[in-house]
Structure formats: structure tokens, C-alpha cells
Design a protein around this ligand. Sequence first.
Ligand code: CTP
Ligand code: MG
Length: 593
Amino acid sequence: MVPLACRRQSQRMRLSASVLTAMASSFAVCRLHMRGRVVLVRSLQKADTFLQRSIGTDVAAAQAEAPPRDGSDEKDGCKSLHALQVERQEQAERSVLINCQSRTNEKKFLKYLSNHGDIKKYFFYESYGLYAVVEFAKRENVASLLEGAVIPSVSHESTVPFKSRLLSLRNLSLVDLSNQQSGLQCQPQTTIPINEFIQRLSKEESIDQQITSLTEAYQLTEENSRLRFLVCSLLKDIAAAYFPECTIKPFGSSVNGFGKLGCDLDMFLDLDGISGRNVKMPKSGLSLEYQMKRANSERAVTQSILSVIGECVDQFGPGCVGVQKILNARCPLVRFAHQPSGFQCDLTANNRVAMKSTELLYLYGQLDPRVRSLVFTVRCWARAHGVTSSIPGAWISNFSLTVMVLFFLQKRSIPIIPTLDHLRDLAGPADKSVIEGNDCTFVSDFSKIQLKSNTETLEQLLCEFFEFYATFPFSRMSLNIRKGKEQNKPEVAPLHIQNPFETSLNVSKNVNATQLDRFVALCQESSWLLQQRETNTPRGGANMTTAWGLATLLLPSQVAGIKSRKKRRREPASERIKGLLESLKNKNQPKTG
Ligand code: CTP
Ligand code: MG
């Protein structure tokens, strides 16, 4: 094994080649023991191509004297999730969200805001209107800005006098009244449609490049990540009316490294600072304690807190619509849409095990760039075929799918990632964590983790992933990433994936046999497609617009019913490819009427 470093494939789209060099040298500092040096060089070259291709594609240069647009100096390196959260939360507290008019004059707008202090970063985006996220240098700047803001004057309606950092730009002198198009560059907050994306993928030269390109296109951008923290911070201002010391943290795919643009925003109302947990009682002398209302259970407390906060969000929260209190769920939550950001939000409380699984997924994603790439690809593939859905139901969830990818990577003959038990064995005293009786301990110091020298390419891994699950004995076995081994199923359920921390729970309890069968059938089909020369090599001549490789896997499936699978397998390959290509052609036909 060669001591290498944190080779986290950069998510940042605007890093320059010099940053890449800096990344390479910082690898020596992080001291992660990873795969062979050759593989590192290859993966750096890949990252280089990826970065160069991305530079300047989605962000226009800021005007000459304007402050730097967001993201240009972003280098998260191998920060722990905790450090990243603290930094982002702090940024969010110094930020405001402003609804602008479509022809807002950027220069005048910035000049006006600068009267309240230095602007560190800003960007514009569109979501039911034009919005700007503006990060000031100091919190006082935001206070000064809010002091100058006025209450809206309404003639026929009334307003709830709740002031927040969600503002509207009203002064017409900041709007360009000439008929010219506004030069404002908006940061995309959604992914490109799958059909367009399939065509783009078909122009790549290898399946590895297709996978990298997919990860690059679908991962959360720097701006989207900031917006997520800002929405949490705005929500915190509402909750703080009752619990001034609370924080609201994003968890799940918003921060675990596997989030796709457009994914929901899972939020955790953290009251630990005031919950009486981890409180040291003075050994002697006088002390005072708060009188607090008692409740039957922690669950009952969580339900009543979420009920009240949910009510506030509903009645007072600017931009929060469609609030639903789902308090009887296993994990009580308040669901709503935050219109200005376009996020579907789930607010939970007392959900500390989910925070831990978020940290664990983040860690696995940081260990080797192939982890994130494979997860993104499988998630995208699953979504394209309706294996996953944004509507709750008997579908496989993205979280289950991610655990399936992790399990597969642990099961390689040379494992790419370690088991959770191994990560627990490497933990230091400060990592110890027991939540509601569940051992959630695992190492937080990345440099203690030694990885094995697995050199498989993304293409090989993707193909093997499909093969692995096409033949996995789901009827008997459960997936267990704590042990990195399949085990006999402890209960009857079509798909059993042990929850990594609450080990008595099945993460995929909701999945029914039909959905699992569909997943298996699709794995068989995709594994087969990746082994056909017609589909696994670039075709279509110079401009290469004919779908191939990963693009073929995202085309509508020919799996009509699972029963006919065997028959289909005997069809000549050319017939199947023809069918697939035909279906792409039909999908791309302009819609009439
Ligand atoms: N979670 C869990 N056990 C489950 C479901 C979810 O521990 N059975 C935790 C995981 O940490 C997960 C988070 O709750 O990441 C959020 O759940 P969910 O929104 O369903 O999944 P995401 O990972 O956020 O994926 P998506 O992009 O689909 O929202
Ligand atoms: Mg989520």
C-alpha cells in the first residue's frame, strides 16, 4: 500500500489547474493510505479533464469592480462533515435572500447593498422569479440592511409582521428600464433533462468519462449547497422564537456528498444545547436548575415541538407553503415547500441517528472518488427506470440504493471501502457515540483509514454492480455494511438491508416484491447491455450522437415484464439495440399539440 492522500474528486467546477496542483500536494498531508500511485495519477488526470472542461461553463465572470462571485476559491479538501457544517452555517447567518426584479441592474444593486458593509459572495438564480443570495462580511452588515428594510404596504390584505432575511427588492431605480436583456447570469438549480443528457453522454469517449460527466452534471453545486444552508438558517430564525439556542442542520443527501440537484432538503432541529443531554451536574455547592414541563416520552416532546414549530412555519414563515405535520410517522416530521428556493423540505427533531448515518455516508464518499461516481450513476439509472421515485411508496429509496452500492464496494475481492465494524475499531475516545442505546461509534480522522489497492475502473465496477445484484440471493440474505457480509434474513421482507446503526431495523422495509423483481430484471438487462460490443463502444462517427455505453443504460428499458426476461435474453443483440435506439428517437420527437 502506498501512503497517499485524500483524493476526493473535487465537486468544485471552477477550480483552476493551480488548485489541482495544490490538491495534489495536499494529498501528501492528509496521509490516507490508498490504492496504487498509478491509479492516483490516472484519477488526477481524469479530474483535470473534468475541471478544465467545467471552467467557465456555468458561471460568468463578475463585473470588474464587483466582489467575487461565489465559489471561485472553494476548496473543501477533506474537511470533516462537522467542520463543513459549522463553516456553512456561519456563512448562512451572514447571508440574505433577495427577490429581485427580472431586469435588476447588477452594479447598482451591489452598490446599494454595499452601503451596509462588504459583500463577500453573491449569486443569482431563478425559481418562480429572480433571486439573489448575498453573503456579507459581518453579521452587523445584515442587521444594518434589515434596519433599513421597510414593511410592505398592502391595501387590501394584511401581513404577518414577522421579519426575516427573505427580502424583496422594490426600488425601481435599480431596475434597468431599457429594453435590453439583463446581463445577469443565473446559477442553475436543477439538472438538465435526461434526454438532453443522454445525447451529451454519447459524445464522451469512454464509459469512465461518461460516469464522471454524469457525476459532474448531477451533483449539488456550491451555490445550491449554500442555498440549502441559508434555508436552514432562515428556518432557525423561526424556531429560535421558542428555542433561541437551537440550530437547524441539513442532513441526508443535502450534505452527505450524494445529493443530486433538486433533491429534498432534510433538516434536523437540534436542541441538544438545551436538552439536558451531556450536562455535567456540579459536584457540590449551590446551583439553580430550570423548571421544565415534563412529558411521557422523548417522542411526545419531539411531536409537540414539531407541532408548534410546524404551526409557526405555516402561519408566519415567509415563502413556506403546503405545510403538513406528519407527527405519527416513525420519525415525526413537518413537510413543506420553500418556494423561494424551490426546495421540498422535511423538518425533523431528535433524529440524531440519521445525522450519524449522514456522517458515515459522507466519510465513505470521501474515501475514494469512485464511491460517489458509482452512487450517482446508480441513482440516476434507477430514477430513469422508475426504480426510485420522489413520491413515497414501495420503491427502493435512494438511501437504500446508496447502502447497496457501499455493500457492493465492500464485497469486491479487494474491498474498495472498509466495513463499518472496521471504522468503529479505528475510532478514538472522542468518536464514541451511543444514541438511544445504538452504537454509532466510528472513526472521524480520515488519516487513520488505510485503503487497499483496488484498481478497478468505473466501467468495470458499474458492470460488476449490475452483475452482483442480478444474481444476489435476495430471498435468503440480508445486506449488512457493518460486517461487509450478507447474512441470513432476520425477518420476512423482499429486500432486507440492515440499518447500519439501528441494527434491528430494515432500511428497505417498504420495498415490495414487484419493485425488487423489477430492480433485479433491470440489473440483468443493464449488465447484459454493458457486455455487448454494440453498446459498450462509442458509435456514430465524428460527432458521435448515437447513444452508447451509459447513455444506452438510461434509455427506456425493454423490461416489460419480468416473466419474459428469459425469452428476451435470447433475442439477437442487434434487435434489442435497435429497439432501444428506436425508443430514444421517439422520445426525442418534438411534441405536437
Ligand atoms: N435515513 C435513515 N434510515 C432510513 C431512511 C433515511 O437513517 N430508513 C437517513 C439517512 O441518513 C438519509 C436521511 O435519513 O440520508 C434522509 O433520508 P432521505 O431523504 O430518504 O434520503 P436521502 O439520502 O436524503 O436521499 P434523497 O436524495 O432521495 O432525499
Ligand atoms: Mg433526502
